[in-house]
Every structure is written in C-alpha cells, then in structure tokens.
Ligand binder design. Sequence first.
Ligand code: ATP
Length: 564
Amino acid sequence: MEESTAPQSKKGAKKAEAKAKKEALKAQRAAELAAAAAGANGNLEDDPAKDNYGNSQTTTPGFSQDAEEVEIRSLDESYNGKTVVVRAWLQKSRIQSAKMGFVELRKGGNWTIQGVVMASEQEPVVSRRMVKWVAGINPESYVVVEAKVTKPLEPVKSCRVSGLELHITKCFVLAPAPTMLGLTLGAASQPIVNFSDEGARLADADTEKAAEPTAEAAVPAASMLTHLDNIAMHKRAPVQQAIADIRVEVKKLFRSYLEARRFKEFEPPCLIGAASEGGANVFRLAYFGQEAFLAQSPQFYKQFEIAGGRERVFSIGPVFRAENSNTPRHMTEFTGLDLEMEIKHSYTEVLDTLEGVLLSIFRGLQERCAEEIDTVRAVYPSEPLLLPEPGKEVRLTFAEAQKLLREEGPAEFANVRDDEDMSTPQEKALGEVVRAKYKTDFYVIDKFPETARPFYAKIDDAGTTVGDGVRVTNAFDFFIRGQEVLSGGQRIHDPVELEERIRAKGVDPKSAGIKEYLTTFQQVGVPPHGGGGIGLDRVVAWFLALPSVHLAAYYPRTPKRLLP
Ligand code: ATP
C-alpha cells in the first residue's frame, strides 16, 4: 500500500488525545445548555403535546395505529407521505429556532436519516417545548419516533438516506446517553493513530509505523486504548460496523466454498493436556490439580479427523499464542480458519484448494461488500487488493522468492539465503517486488526449507536441497500485500518417517501429546493428507490494508490487554 500520510510523533498523538477530550467537554457543555433550555419545561401538564414526547419506560409508547415500524435502511420513495415508527440512535441534534429543530438518526451500521421537529398547533400537535426537548436529547441516546416520511426541499447530503426525511410528531427516549461521552461518534470515526497498549508509549518499530494518521481531520482522533475503554462507541462507529460485517462475510465465504467441495466442519478442543506444538508459546492454566494448556492450533486434531475417516474437514475457532509480541500483526488470541484434506496424487491439491478458498473470499468480498469496503476506505484509505487473473496465480518456490529479493529487492537483502526463514521486513519487501513484477498482491511461496518448518512437514520427494544441503518441504505460506496470512502443506502420514522427523527436530517421541499423536499413526493406516491454517483477523486486516490486526478483532487480546 502507498503510505501517503505524514508521520505523527508521540507528542502529536498525545496532543490529539487532549484535543479529543476538549472537544468532548465542549460537546458536554453544549448538551447541558440545550438540556437546561429544554428542561425549563417544569410542569408539563399544560403542554398540549405532553403525551408525544419524554423519557419512556416502555418499548412501545402509544403510536398511531396506521404507523408502520420500519428500519432506516428500508426507507425508500414508496414511504413518501406515510407515517412510520423508527427506532434508532440519535447521533446529532440542533435547534434552528424556537419552532424548529433537526436531529440525525442512525441505525443498521451507518444508515442515517434527518429528522425535523417543527412546532404545529394542528394535530398531531408539536409544541415549542417539545421542539426544544427533542433538540436537547443527548447524542447516542436510543430513541423511538413517530414521523411522517417527507421529501426534503434539497437532498440531505450529511445523511445516507438523503432523498427523504422524517417529520417527527412523537419522540421518546428509551435509553438516554449521558451528557458527556467518553468517546464521541466523530472521534470514534477517525482513523486510530496509536495502537500502543500503554498510553502514548509506542511498543516497537511496527507500532511506530502504525501510528500514522491518514488525513488532516477536523475532529481529533483517539488512541486504541481510548476506543477499547469506550467499547460501545468504538463499535458504533460505522467503520467498525463495516469491518465487523466484512469479517462475518469472510467466515461465510470460507464455509460455503468448502461445504460445496464436501468438507465437513468440526470443533477441535481449546483445552488440551500437553503443550504439543512447542512449549514456549503456550498458555498454561490450573486444571483440577493438574496443568492444562490452551491450544496453539487445531493441527493435531485436524489430523485425527483425517485418521478417523472424515476425509475433508475444516474448523473455525479461537487459537491462543503466549507470545509477547506487541506488534500490529499479533494477538494472543485470534480466530483460525483451518482445513485438512486427503491427498490423492499430489500436495498441490491442497494448495489449489487453499488458493481457491482465499481467492473466492477476496472476490466474494469485492462483490458482496462494496459498500462496507468504501466505508472502511473513507477512514483508512487503501488501494484495492490486486488479484491475479484466473490462471495466472503466482506460486514461487522459497528459493525463487529469495533470488527475486536478492536481485530485485532493496540492497539490504542482496545476500538473503535460500536455507534461512524470511524476516518480516524481507516479506514486506518481497510483496512490493511481486506486485511490481506480477501485478498481484496475493501469492504463494512454496517449498520452504525444512529448517523453517515443524516436524510434521513432509519432505519433498525429489530430494531437492537448498543452501548448504538443506532439504525442502511440501510446505507453503500465502501472502497478501507482503504479509503472511496462511501456513500450510503436506503432513507426514507414515509413522516411521514421522518418528524419525520428530527425533531429528530434537523432540522426544514419548513426550506428552507427541506420544498420542504418533500412536494414532501407528494404530491405523492414515491416508496422505495436508492442509493449512488461515488467520481470519489478518485476512480482514490486510485485505483492507488496516494499520493493525487489532482493528479486525472484536475484542483484541494482547500481552498487556485482557479487558474488555
Ligand atoms: P507469525 O510468524 O506472523 O507470528 P506464524 O508463522 O506463527 O505467524 P502460523 O502458526 O503459521 O503463524 O499460523 C497460521 C496463521 O495464523 C498465520 O498465517 C496468520 O495468519 C495467523 N496468525 C499466527 N499468529 C498470529 C497472531 N499472533 N495473531 C494473529 N494472527 C496470527
């Protein structure tokens, strides 16, 4: 992605935060003034409109019989002239004169419509007091209104439903918001410029990079910390609603692509009895006098399903990593989209399936979520993800990728080796070289050296070696915009070969978890198989070129953050 934005210093981030607070205070004062003006209503008994407004304890205060309950998103020309009931958040209010006020109502993500409240002595009566009261409602209160749908003289540019407005004749607050919001919708809708979990402290070089504002904004932005401390407002921001809707769609597309190809869903356990895939990165917890662990991946369980005759399986679920990685790419809990399948002739069947599912997700999102993508881009500008033309997918071997980096990448990578894993900066640099050369942001790197893969990775049958005689594996990673989103490959299904590789990697085949894993392959004949694991959060984040994966998660978990 082009990074066309000016960097912001730590001091700048702090200043923006202070400005946001000042802005909120100003809004509070304005709301208090409006409330005081409206609150001078004292005894309402003499107000002819007294039954048409107020705070309501019931969800259905009295409405006209002919008024239809309608969602803002459903309002179209056919409603012109009709009386409707709308439930929504009041996001803005403004008094125009003693007789007239305006509000903005929002529901369904970012569907907004203007409401007009105008004093009228004729039925339905709207008093001046009612006008003041409605215009004084605190932003983000949940209201229900009865209104006549009308065409405005001019389109209301500030609202998504611009060709219609609501002439409010009844308005009840079902759930009032406080006069002062910890985070206004305006601030929550600005790009987040600081993802640190510790106030203005920036955790590492990656976080520094993320701390760049996208545009000069009228409303100051808030930090991720402020967003998470005001979780409801964070979520109410249309950009977060759009990201959440895109995330839902990714899961649907993953599931539907695989189900159409005879894959069956299953649920691997999160609680496991052994830190089978490497002890260091695993969360430990007390378990009835013993120790339990949180699963770092469903890997072994996917393979048990294959051993158990399920042929083609997938799972969607939480994965836990006890890594103290404070970067925009890492979380301690994320959602894995995993699959495993029998192989008939070649591990490229697995590669084809994984490439197919990801391309179908990306193309599906571009087709089904165009509006949501635009909403996100308005806040976090990015170029559309460049996809390969059908039949022109880019698959490089690890050695080819390193050669490309040596020859066409930045000078600092002129000596990268074919038998050593890539660093994150190398991956990003390669992403740019591949984009320029092959016109795609999505590509595969295959045949990783055995030194860079776990013991269960199948060694290449042809005996290919790289560097100082290091064998390569039938294992691959997938990248978008130079960032890894998937790891996969063929697994060893022969128990003798598996035991030999377990030992070669310095793991004890009799250790807890490994023993049960190996035994499964000894107990029955397990067909050749392979699969892969996709990080859902990273797919969403890098598809949209968001500055941090934390924006794609509902409740990001990091080494320093477990709440909310
Ligand atoms: P990395 O090297 O970036 O830490 P990894 O090689 O440990 O990732 P895998 O164990 O291969 O990742 O996990 C499969 C996929 O899960 C990754 O391609 C990525 O999309 C996602 N993933 C892995 N670790 C994390 C994490 N800490 N936070 C979010 N997503 C992750």
